[in-house]
Design a protein. Structure first.
Length: 386
């Protein structure tokens, strides 16, 4: 069996790549190990800018429309800001991923339900090994997630990840999302609407006991706790793992996740489209074309990382900035009206101003938070050491 391209993984990144390659006339095989539709652990939040990357017919998948955000700090303070328009949407990943794969099939791709075992170069082609047989292909696109076997075969080491827990339970948020900081040292906690219920989750790059904290939070907020499931969310530090030769990586396989809030679907869909463009534009050296096309995406992720480093190191300052400046500008990022680069450059002076003011307040009246170390704590190593 021979194809122009084999795409490994049927999530948003893989389905997007298969869809765009098929629309451009290539013979494409999408390899997915699980029978679709299948459960996928994810809050399923799409920023409004994501809609422009979706194929027609996505509207029925939007189970919640978000028009307001709430920012909380350590269970002590909370701030709500209405957006005045829809800034995000909630989808169920089971239905959403199935929809994207079906769109790829409608465009002409084939689907193989099988386990991906590996690949090797064979002349000018690649032999792809699966549990249902071997396939020859000119190109391979690895979209097989945070623990990508494709990336491993290429020699890439696993990078930084958020450790995450999430559960779905009873609740009624409807048009709001809640982000809580101050509960973990380098991360956040969220409560999102999910149909008629809610999803509750926590993510950090630190070493906290996430299960204990999630239970404590649920009890404090009166949320019915259900034992959560966990997964890893990879994010970039300095560089993205893009692939080698005619093997490209997209989505979580390339750590294409926002280091600030863990948004990955937007970048997965975007990268899938760019990978297909790179293969068409320069079939002899698609990696070179891919690297050039990806520059805006890469800059977004790295600038989000710069903001994350400041926000998670000085969480109470980040909370105060959210009230005074950042939240309304973050909405503009979600809408696609402003980039993370603009947010970082314009917000840095505001950050210094808030840092100075909060430093003086801590000297006069130290703020006691759930996991707060305040300015004095960060400067002199006081408080809880995470």
């Amino acid at each position: 069996m021979r194809y122009d391209a084999v795409v490994i993984g049927g999530g948003p990144a893989g389905a997007s790549t298969a869809y765009h390659l098929s629309k451009k006339g290539l013979k494409v095989l999408l390899v997915e190990k699980e029978r679709l539709p299948r459960f996928k652990l994810c809050a399923g939040c799409l920023s409004a800018r994501t809609l422009r990357l979706l194929p027609e017919g996505y509207e029925r998948l939007l189970i919640n429309r978000v028009r307001a955000g709430r920012l909380g700090y350590s269970g002590l303070e909370e701030y709500k800001l209405e957006a005045g328009k829809e800034i995000a949407y909630i989808v169920d990943r089971r239905d959403f991923d199935h929809f994207l794969v079906n769109k790829a099939l409608e465009a002409g791709a084939d689907l193989l339900q099988a386990h991906f075992w590996g690949f090797e170069k064979q002349g000018q082609s690649y032999k792809v090994y699966t549990s249902s047989g071997n396939i020859l292909s000119d190109f391979i696109v690895g979209a097989d997630g945070a623990h990508s076997k494709t990336a491993e075969i290429l020699g890439f080491k696993k990078g930084k990840v958020f450790k995450s827990l999430e559960f779905f339970t009873e609740g009624d948020l409807k048009e709001e999302v809640l982000i809580e900081i101050g509960w973990v040292s380098r991360g956040y906690l969220w409560v999102f609407p999910h149909g008629d219920g809610i999803s509750v989750g926590i993510a950090t790059t630190g070493k906290e006991d996430l299960l204990k904290i999630l239970k404590e939070y649920s009890n404090k907020k009166g949320i019915k706790f259900i034992h959560p499931k966990g997964w890893h969310i990879p994010f970039p530090e300095k560089e993205l793992q893009l692939g080698k030769d005619r093997v490209l990586l997209v989505g979580d396989s390339a750590s294409m996740t926002d280091p600030l809030l863990g948004e990955g679907i937007y970048y997965a869909l975007w990268a899938g489209r760019l990978a297909s463009e790179a293969i068409i534009k320069n079939p002899h050296d698609p990696l070179k074309a891919y690297g050039g096309l990806l520059k805006p995406l890469k800059e977004e992720l790295l600038n989000a990382g710069k903001i994350a480093k400041l926000a998670y190191r000085f969480q109470y300052v980040a909370y105060k900035m959210g009230k005074d400046y950042a939240l309304k500008n973050f909405y503009r990022v979600l809408l696609g009206e402003r980039s993370y680069g603009e947010l970082y450059l314009k917000g840095f002076i505001e950050f210094l101003k808030h840092l100075t003011i909060e430093g003086l307040r801590n000297i006069l009246n130290p703020h006691e938070g759930r996991n707060s170390r305040g300015i004095l704590g960060y400067r002199f190593g006081l408080g809880r050491n995470r």
